[in-house]
Write a protein that binds this ligand. Sequence first.
Ligand code: GDP
Length: 491
Amino acid sequence: ASSSSREPGAARDRLLGGLLSPDFDEPACRSRYEGSSRWKPSPFPVSAYLVRKLRQYEANHRRCGPGTSRYREAMAQLQSGRNGDRGECRYVVWLPVQGLGNRMLSLVSTFLYALLTGRVLLVHEPPEMEGLFCEPFPGTSWLLPASFPYTDVRFGSESKESYVSMLQSNVLRYDDDEHVGGGGNASALPAYVYLHLENMNLRLQNHTFCEEDHRALDGFNWMVLRSDSYFAVALFLVPTYRDELERMFPSKGSVFHHLGRYLLHPGNPAWGIVQRFFDGYLAGADERLGVQVRIVWHHPVPFDVMFDQILRCTREHRLLPELTSEPHAIVRPSNSTAKPKVKAVLVVSLKPEYYDKLHGMYYNNATASGELVTVYQPSHDQDQHTEARAHNERALAEIFLLSYCDEMVTTSWSTFGYVAHALAGLRPRLLAPLDLSKMRSDVACVRPASIEPCLHSPPSLVCRRTQDLDPVAHVPFLRHCEDVGFGLKLV
Ligand code: GDP
């Protein structure tokens, strides 16, 4: 094909069907356009409505973002200690908590919340996240200015600024029509509300996802939010948002896929890692298989058991070629000038031993089919170090490297794995959770119903209503997760 016939398609891929704005300076964030063209075309078309919403969001962020007179006015209101009248610009401040996978899930969820409520998303970037992600909105910044007063507050469910605490202390009250308000006078409300959306014993707090609560939250010009969860799923349970969500996402199971691709671009240092590793080790392969192994201290699956489960999974689903039993075989295709097919395996784990053993298998033995299997691991930091920027850059790079694979084996419960397969737009082979008392799972791995991440901690729907509901019984596009039985995911 001539270059001119390739251009329209290439241009479309570069902007991911209109998802990305073309108005960026490319060298400042090389991953934005280079990364988008590495992914396979998305299985889910981007809706024109979502594109329109994103462009409107960007325009509003430019109007209200840091450095504008409107932002200064809003800050003055915040510092006055009162909510004041409904502001022209309204904000949601995201505070980071937990590892990178959790952060990416909650950041995308917060952005979706901002889209639905007309708020401007501002991100607190602690030193360990500096430059980790690029600015996602053209001509402005999403970084919370250092003058913002509340980033050092240790917010929790008990904080007096928390929405639920305000209900409990009658700063906010339900009236007879199931409305919540500060005595009907929004200007008398506190200067901001804190929304606590962290997983508490695998649930989100009562009074965080009911219609009446969202109406009350809407009364605040400033919201500060902390979450470790993919609470985007829970927004689908609030009837007020349902129409907008359906228009933005005709395929429900593509929310993280599109919004993550839109919002989360590795900064140049992390992107350099992706590029060097991809071009050096993975680009030349005919196929790429990602294997992500996450072992956590509270579920210590022994190495042999986990390795065996990975092999069972790859064997049962023909993800890796069998080894030949001939000890010294050098198998070549019958036409010896043809190049053998190369399958690259990207092992991503904090621990080195999975790579070591898999690499050894294909280094010491030929495959029965004659395919070549190359096995690589980019890093093995041993332990999680969320406080260290270089460690986080490697983690982010590895999430993106995984997302450029054709197939993926991932670990149950891991938000790191969720982000990688949702960005890629593929359903992984999810290693089934292991019963540690039996040291074996009945099936090695399962195929999730959708590419979406799982919300581990479903919201309670107990608000004015006294009984909890299982949302899956009432909402057609929700399922319980394959790895987390009580979790919720969009399909
Ligand atoms: P989760 O704990 O699996 O849900 O994922 P998180 O990303 O929230 O937290 C785990 C953190 O540990 C990551 O963010 C990394 O800092 C680190 N980590 C875990 N697995 C890997 C890995 O395979 N590679 C790298 N580089 N870091 C990892």
